[in-house]
Design a protein around this ligand. Structure first.
Ligand code: TXA
Ligand code: MG
Length: 337
């Protein structure tokens, strides 16, 4: 398939992409979190094309992207807590799972009776949804199991030739996928951490429950089907190192042919490895933005036997960085204490 590459040059430049979506095709587009691969959420054949292009299991539901949260009631059974959360965080990097209306195709929701709704804040995503005139179902625009794409180059690498169009809209602001919450009466269940943090959400509802699949290897059924799959994984084995500066430097000192994802402050202290920093130790926003880029860079190196990454802080968006990193590592963590 020939993929149309669209460089964003104002809203009109998106008209061909919107036409593709209206006609049942699929388009990769930027959002403030990661790039998405979108199709008409009301067209089951568009969903099938998305699953095929990504190589994704079809029991893993797609998030439905809307232009306005005020329209959420058309697609799902909303609650007062939904509107409290939507007023606070939408448009923005959060997905809310609600009971779906029956006309949302099963192929979009993986057969579940719920649907994830998200209103992105990225203006290109918003203009595309508006011009298409339909809700857009979109997973992250990566090959299933690989790190999510945070730049046009990542999407081009994974999906050129497999999708109808890719919109080049620069790099993504947050770099980790949206926070996912499921609302049960007045309780908030956190299914995936993101830029809307636990600290922010704890001001809403009657309690916040963090799904065990967020922080540990979980043998049960996670609330978000996607959390059961090994994700974001580079081809070279990855291990997260949990220890002090001294412990980590000493652990790495006699290793050969390794890559290390570390913090800016570590750079002068690690000399025998291919080292990439994902930001300053306390700058969790930059770490989130850089994480998938770092994993992809490591993946591009065929000379590395093993990749190590330093354990990030779990505060704020740091919890999202931690969650993606331990999943990328297949939960391989070495505690040096
Ligand atoms: O930031 C994001 O959310 C990006 C951009 C493109 O919007 N999208 C994204 O989609 O990350 P995806 O498909 O890669 O991840 C969606 C996650 C999966 O783990 C899926 O299982 C879960 O959301 N999910 C979707 N609908 C669900 C539902 N109804 N119930 C439970 N989990 C759901
Ligand atoms: Mg994904």
């Amino acid at each position: 398939m020939k993929t149309l590459i669209i460089r964003y040059e104002g809203k009109d430049s998106l008209i061909p992409a919107a036409e593709i979506i209206k006609n049942g095709g699929i388009v990769a587009f930027p959002t403030e979190t990661v790039y998405g691969l979108g199709g008409n959420a009301l067209d089951p054949s568009a969903a099938s094309k998305i699953y095929a292009a990504k190589g994704r299991p079809s029991d893993n539901p797609l998030i439905v992207h809307l232009h306005k949260y005020e329209n959420a009631g058309v697609y799902a059974h909303t609650t007062p807590l939904f509107f409290e959360i939507a007023d606070a965080f939408m448009p923005g990097p959060i997905t809310v799972i609600l009971k779906k209306r029956s006309f949302i195709p099963d192929s979009v929701t993986g057969g579940l009776d719920t649907v994830g709704l998200r209103v992105p804040s990225n203006h290109i995503a918003r203009e595309l949804i508006e011009l298409s005139g339909v809700p857009i179902a979109a997973p992250s625009a990566n090959i299933s199991g690989k790190p999510s794409p945070t730049s046009f180059d990542h999407v081009y690498h994974d999906l050129n030739g497999k999708v109808d169009a890719i919109i080049d809209g620069g790099s993504c602001d947050f770099g980790v996928e949206s926070t996912i919450v499921k609302l049960e009466d007045k309780t908030i269940q956190l299914l995936r951490p993101g830029a809307v943090t636990v600290e922010m959400l704890s001001l809403f509802g009657d309690g916040l429950y963090v799904d065990p699949a967020v922080t540990e290897k979980f043998d049960g059924t996670p609330l978000a089907p996607g959390m059961k799959y090994r994700h974001y994984a580079p081809s070279t084995p990855l291990t997260v190192l949990d220890g002090s500066d001294k412990e980590v430097y000493s652990y790495l000192s006699d290793r050969e042919d390794v890559g290390v994802i570390c913090f800016d402050e570590d750079l002068p202290h690690i000399n025998n490895a291919y080292v990439i920093s994902c930001g300053s130790v306390s700058d969790t926003l930059t770490q989130a933005k850089m994480l998938f880029e770092c994993l992809r860079k490591m993946d591009g190196r065929t000379d590395l036997k093993h990749i190590y990454a330093r354990m990030p802080s779990k505060i704020g968006i740091g919890l999202a960085v931690f969650n993606r990193l331990i999943k990328a590592a297949g939960f391989s963590v070495v505690t040096l204490k």
